[in-house]
Design a protein around this ligand. Structure first.
Ligand SMILES: C[S@@+](CC[C@H](N)C(=O)[O-])C[C@H]1O[C@@H](n2cnc3c(N)ncnc32)[C@H](O)[C@@H]1O
Length: 235
């Protein structure tokens, strides 16, 4: 119990000096000075999110009814663009977002995604992503339901639940404990057979942990500023 609380206090201290930054495509992100780590690529937050999670993840799924898990809701950008993209795809999406250390409403209000995406008419959707209660599913529209779970990734124990996982934890450099074989085994278990796992990282140790967990792993071209990213499928 004591270790758990020490861990939380450690993390809250790390996150407390978060700053809003502007990335190369004009979209904003959050920077953690103590870790020299950002929530998204400095080469473009929206550009990276579209490439890794929409182009290489969502668009590779053929199911009409899709269950997606996001590992690290953070700014809500991935959830927002999945919702917007689904206006064209017209799937029935159930989106489960895990996050243990949510950003504040003040921070969310400083981000400029609606403006950069020219999606101002969906402003209320972005607000609901942040304001909806934890643990209670909400319908963002007739095709998209969101369930936010305030849980540590280490505690995820879902089995055969998801068709697609967006794995968007902080980099292995700062949080190696979230990229271990044990976590990748949890991700494997959480997916249905043939389920897809995508992440921006292409690190060799992550690829090997995914393979050891049972995934078939491919390197795909990465977003601007990154040569490669990882795409994995549950065998
Ligand atoms: C790279 S950021 C997420 C980026 C997010 N997908 C976005 O678009 O803004 C990683 C997220 O993981 C959360 N996080 C870090 N460690 C965690 C843990 N052990 N359990 C749950 N959430 C964690 C952080 O609070 C942060 O929001």
């Amino acid at each position: 119990m004591r270790i758990f609380f020490n861990n939380i206090i450690f993390f809250v201290n790390i996150l407390k000096d978060r700053q809003i930054i502007i990335t190369s495509d004009g979209s904003k992100s959050i920077y953690i000075p103590k870790w020299e780590e950002t929530y998204h690529s400095r080469h473009g937050a929206i550009t990276e999110a579209y490439h890794v999670f929409i182009e290489m993840g969502l668009k590779k799924c053929i199911q009409k009814e899709l269950k997606i898990a996001e590992i690290g809701l953070g700014t809500g950008l991935n959830c927002l663009i999945t919702f917007l993209e689904n206006k064209q795809l017209n799937k029935k999406i159930s989106y489960t977002a895990y996050e243990a250390f949510p950003i504040t409403e003040v921070e969310a209000n400083k981000l400029n995604y609606m403006e950069v995406l020219q999606a101002e008419k969906y402003q209320s959707i972005y607000e609901r992503i942040h304001q909806s209660d934890w643990g209670k599913p909400v319908s963002l529209d007739e095709n998209f339901s969101l369930l936010k779970k305030k849980e540590k990734f280490q505690d995820i124990n879902d089995q055969s639940c998801f068709h697609l996982i967006y794995f968007d934890a902080f980099a292995p450099r700062v949080q190696p404990e979230l990229w271990t074989l044990e976590i990748m085994q949890k991700m494997y278990k959480a997916l249905v057979p043939n389920g897809i796992f995508v992440t921006y990282s292409a690190k060799g140790s992550v690829r090997r942990n995914l393979q050891e967990a049972g995934f078939e792993v491919k390197k795909l071209p990465g977003p601007p500023g990154k040569r490669e990213m990882l795409f994995a499928r549950k065998k």
